[in-house]
Design a protein. Structure first.
Ligand code: GTP
Length: 356
């Protein structure tokens, strides 16, 4: 490599793309990265699927800079957003050492990765370091059977965290690991609980291998020709079929997305915990198979603290997070992402949990 080329490489900021299906553990990994004492400064770009912005609240408070892109679907529009965000970051190139992009759980990582090759300014300034996929050991076989995204995410990854090892037996873990290696024999697979991993396993790897990606996606470098499903959120002219997508309103109450995955956002004031907990237990037990993801920030009456609740299918966990600040609205927000969820029924039964 010539000296000039080496210089360009050194000045390019490394970018880690974090992918993984809904609820696999991406935020858990990100929180580890943001809290660990590694002496590096990261700019973090997060992209949400639900509409009422909960993910940002689930990130630990840190000195890192977090940029939120709230356009729901990763597709062409996101690429534009991502380019603009990265270009803006580059104006303050010396303020951080690396960039991490967390994609939404239903995203195909290819368009995000493509961004770092397609746009000349971005390509000159940033270099894709690795695509890291977090995989939920408990649910991934189901996801491989009923979606294409989970497989794309695994196929595309340079590093795979096979997470939630605590939720499966040793035999099941071995079976899942073998299945993943079948989809992607090239990625390094790390088995983790709550994404506990040496950070050098996922960051600054220099692992992204363009040749391998071109072998699984020959169109990867062809601008605008990657096959992906556009959503109704796309604001450009194209010929894709939008028949299966509809957006009911701008309030984020009922949004269809490709592959019939829909997000439902519910909001209220203070809730009565004696009503809420039996209700959420019942909803997740009965509708669990269809609930890919559930997360919320809740205000309970007479409780000074924010309560965070999260779930994947029937597995639900919750905890107090911190005090509500005097300047904050005590608002309860709950998002369900799943299939065949009925907004009216959920809304009605949720409203019944509002404190008198
Ligand atoms: N039992 C168990 N739970 C885990 C593990 N890792 C993460 N979780 C829990 O799984 C849920 C989802 O984790 P997140 O890190 O928010 O997942 P995510 O991929 O960011 O989710 P989305 O961004 O909504 O797609 C949370 O309730 C986590 O506490 C693990 O290893 N074991």
């Amino acid at each position: 490599m010539s000296e000039a080329n080496q210089k360009v490489e050194r000045s390019q900021i490394p970018v880690t793309v974090l992918t993984g299906y809904l609820g696999a553990g991406k935020t858990t990994l990100l929180n580890r990265i943001l809290t660990e004492n590694h002496g590096k400064r990261y700019a973090v770009i997060v992209n949400e699927f639900g509409e009422i912005g909960i993910d940002n609240d689930l990130l630990v408070e840190s000195d890192e800079e977090i940029f939120e892109m709230n356009n729901g679907c990763i597709c062409c529009t996101v690429r534009g957003d991502l380019i603009r965000t990265v270009q803006n970051l580059m104006k303050r190139r010396n303020a951080f050492d690396a960039i991490i992009v967390e994609t939404t759980g239903v995203a195909d990582p290819a368009p995000v990765a493509q961004t770092f090759f397609m746009d000349d300014d971005v390509r000159a300034a940033a270099k894709l370091d690795a695509v890291v996929a977090v995989v939920d050991a408990r649910h991934v076989l189901q996801r491989l059977a009923d979606t294409t995204e989970a497989e794309d995410q695994i196929a595309f990854a340079d590093v795979i965290l096979l997470n939630k090892t605590d939720l499966v037996s040793a035999e099941e873990l071995a079976r899942v690991a073998a299945r993943i290696a079948g989809v992607n024999p090239y990625a390094a697979i790390e088995k983790t609980e709550r994404c506990a991993v040496e950070l050098q396993t996922v960051l600054d790897r220099g692992a992204f291998d363009l040749d391998r990606i071109l072998s699984i996606d020959p169109h990867f470098l062809r601008h605008g020709h990657h096959e992906h499903e556009c959503s109704a959120a796309c604001d450009h002219n194209h010929d894709h079929d939008h028949q299966n997508h509809h957006h009911q309103d701008d309030l984020g109450h009922d949004h269809d997305h490709p592959h019939s995955v829909k997000s439902i956002s519910l909001t209220a004031g203070d809730l009565d915990p004696d009503m809420f907990f039996p209700w959420i237990n019942q909803v997740t037990q009965i509708q669990g198979p269809n609930i890919l993801r559930m997360k919320g920030i809740l205000a309970f009456n007479n409780d000074p603290q924010r309560y965070v609740i999260q779930g994947v299918h029937m597995i639900v966990e919750g905890d107090h997070q911190r005090d509500w600040e005097a300047t904050e609205d005590r608002q309860s927000r709950l998002v369900f992402i799943g299939r065949d969820l009925n907004w009216d029924t959920l809304k009605q039964s949720f409203t019944a949990c509002v404190a008198e």
